[in-house]
Design a protein around this ligand. Structure first.
Ligand code: AMP
Ligand code: MG
Length: 472
């Protein structure tokens, strides 16, 4: 009766120190809002009757082969170490090995209390569930490594936040949920055996060619460097880059107060709790290095010669800014149509960004317009843009396929905050048409979809979203 998911679980085979076995808590009247058929195919999950799927992805029926558990981890939150966090409302059903040979976690988020819930209710409300669904799928379509959304279910229950709100459960898919914080907890407890075991597990699962803890550190550094450069390229602000939200796989994880910038400014912050701008757009590369240093500190604890470990880890971490900068340059070169590398490209890109910051140009539309020859309209100081434009045209000589490169690197469509907020308001009133509409348009971010041009429009003054909230 219950749907068939071809589970092949590995995390549940690790010793119990890594998790707590925990079944999801049933909900009152689960209704399927969305099911991601394309992703299901990749996972080898066959769709079923919507009512049955609602039972499974709402947490009321544990499908055959699932071994539900909550994972243990700790982490630095806004720079302060919290010695124990863990999945407070997420339950890993298990893993599948997809048609592509990739192992992936299938996790319910908002599935009830766990031993790590602390004061939380273990639940999620509809808004953040739909936000994560739309934004994570949009990230995937943009070509950026990310967790994905398999299903969203309305629970028919009320969740108490500042006010009573409709409850929901998100089914999240990740290449794993191992985080920097998963390593930190065993390191800080001095549990070297578990740390070694976890390191071996992470290497085998994600980086089979990596040699030992320092090999893992190097691989994570490289994956995170690529990820952060990709975020910068689309104006994405994660908003809560705590070490428990920093994935070992290099995927974007935990869409809480995240946002895409409309008008460009490097210090942009949306999260209401990020008062000092620690996780502002422009700080993300520095924070990624800081997080890698925390991973290094944790990994070193298992080494036979800690002193040698410190030296090697320091060297690995210190190399990260340059690696990230190289990816950043490649990303932004492509955004202005360049494939060849010239010494003054950094200057050319920085000059454009400085003009954009001065004029508060729309990040997405300005870059998109560069490939369509109408970027001038995005600037208040058009004379300054014209000066830049001359230099740019000069630089483009000798490049080929510039326009195609720009149109393939600069999306027309991003999940703009005001559209997300409008979508959530409608969904709370029972209208999911904006949710489904956004998913459809954002699945093809690099194609001009003239019928949907309104979704490329920056927010009007009364639509601007000034803050996003963690009250998820
Ligand atoms: P986040 O910043 O969303 O990654 O969450 C940080 C920690 O708080 C994680 O351990 C979450 O599992 C936990 N948490 C967040 N919301 C809830 C909730 N409603 N109930 C229980 N735990 C929660
Ligand atoms: Mg988290």
């Amino acid at each position: 009766m219950s749907m068939h998911i071809p589970f092949d679980n590995s995390y549940a085979q690790l010793p119990p120190v890594f998790y707590s076995k925990q079944a999801p808590e049933a909900v009152k009247s689960p209704k399927l809002i969305a099911f991601n058929d394309d992703l299901a195919k990749v996972l080898g999950v066959a769709p079923d009757d919507p009512a049955d799927m609602a039972q499974v992805f709402g947490g009321n029926i544990v499908p055959d082969g699932a071994e539900p558990l909550s994972q243990l981890y700790s982490g630095h939150q806004f720079g302060s170490y919290n010695p124990q966090l863990g999945d407070g409302r997420a339950i890993l059903l298990g893993e599948t090995i997809g048609a592509d040979g990739q192992r992936r976690d299938i996790q319910l988020k908002g599935a009830g209390r766990t031993p790590y819930s602390r004061n939380g209710d273990g639940r999620a409300w509809l808004g953040p569930v739909l936000r994560e669904y739309v934004v994570s799928e949009a990230m995937h379509a943009l070509g950026i490594p990310t967790t994905r959304a398999l299903a969203a279910v309305a629970t028919g229950e009320t969740v108490q936040r500042e006010t009573g709100l409709p409850g929901a459960v998100l089914t999240r898919v990740a290449s794993s949920h191992l985080r920097v914080g998963t390593f930190q907890i065993f390191a800080s407890r001095g549990d070297t055996n578990s740390l070694k075991q976890l390191t071996g597990y992470a290497i085998q699962r994600h980086y089979p060619d990596a040699k030992g803890p320092m090999g893992l550190l190097r691989a994570v550094r490289d994956a995170q460097s690529r990820l952060i450069a990709a975020w910068m390229g689309v104006g994405f602000i994660h908003g809560v880059m705590n070490t428990d939200n920093s994935s070992i796989s290099g995927e974007t994880i935990d869409y809480g107060p995240c946002a895409f910038m409309d008008s460009y400014h490097p210090q942009t912050v949306f999260s209401s709790i990020d008062r000092n701008g620690r996780y502002s757009y422009g700080n993300q590369p520095d924070i990624a290095v800081w997080n890698l240093a925390q991973l290094a500190t944790a990994l070193i604890q298992q080494m036979d010669d800690p002193q040698a470990g410190v030296e090697e880890a320091t060297e690995i971490v210190h190399a990260m800014p340059d690696i990230m900068q190289a990816h950043w340059l490649d990303t932004f070169r492509a955004k202005i149509g360049l494939a060849l590398q010239h010494g003054d490209d950094l200057q050319l890109i920085s000059d454009l960004l400085a003009l954009m910051a001065k004029d508060q140009s729309d990040f997405t539309n300005t870059f998109r317009a560069l490939g369509q020859d109408h970027a001038r309209n995005q600037f208040a100081d058009r004379d300054a843009f014209d000066v830049w434009h001359v230099k740019w045209q000069e630089r483009l000589k000798g490049e080929t396929d510039s326009q195609a490169r720009m149109l393939g690197s600069n999306p027309a469509f991003i999940p703009r905050n005001h559209r997300i907020e409008q979508m959530i308001s409608a969904a709370v009133d029972g209208d999911y048409s904006l949710f489904h509409g956004l998913n459809t348009v954002l699945a093809q971010p690099y194609s001009d979809q003239p019928d949907n041009i309104d979704l490329t429009r920056p927010p009007a003054t009364d639509e601007v979203v000034k803050a996003t909230f963690c009250g998820t």
